[in-house]
Design a protein around this ligand. Structure first.
Ligand code: 5GP
Length: 115
């Protein structure tokens, strides 16, 4: 059996997290090392390793995640000035946790290109 990822342990409530939102399909919680005044992660409860592992059967789930992102961004007061949504995928993008997650960051300006 493969070791649970840290995010699966958060889903299973084996380790604590500052949870922002939860429903049957997803969980949102604050990043432990925030890169912006507001920085939370939105993850599916389904174990999908990365963007590369999303299948056609996940379309509704991914749509739901983005609807949640938009709703939480508004609730947490970052929607009006703008925010960034990032999903690191694989080694070159510095993905460290192999459970699909979307970083949602706001409360400061972000440069482009990201570097
Ligand atoms: P990645 O580098 O894979 O795109 O992002 C993983 C993110 O998860 C990082 O920003 C990191 O700070 C966050 N993270 C790692 N372990 C934990 C944890 O135990 N709790 C929380 N809340 N965030 C974590």
């Amino acid at each position: 059996m493969t070791e649970k990822t840290i995010f699966k342990k958060i889903i299973d409530k084996e380790i604590p997290a500052k949870i922002v939102y939860e429903d049957d399909l997803c969980l949102a919680f604050y990043d432990v090392m925030p890169q912006a005044p507001v920085h939370f992660l939105v993850i599916p409860k389904k174990e999908i390793a990365s963007v590369s592992d999303i299948g056609p059967e996940d379309g509704e789930l991914i749509g739901h995640l983005f609807a949640v992102i938009g709703k939480l961004a508004a609730q947490l007061g970052i929607a009006e000035e703008g925010y960034r949504v990032v999903s690191n995928c694989g080694v070159n993008a510095c993905q460290t946790v192999k459970h699909l997650h979307f970083h949602v960051m706001g409360g400061r300006p972000f440069g482009w290109p990201p570097g």
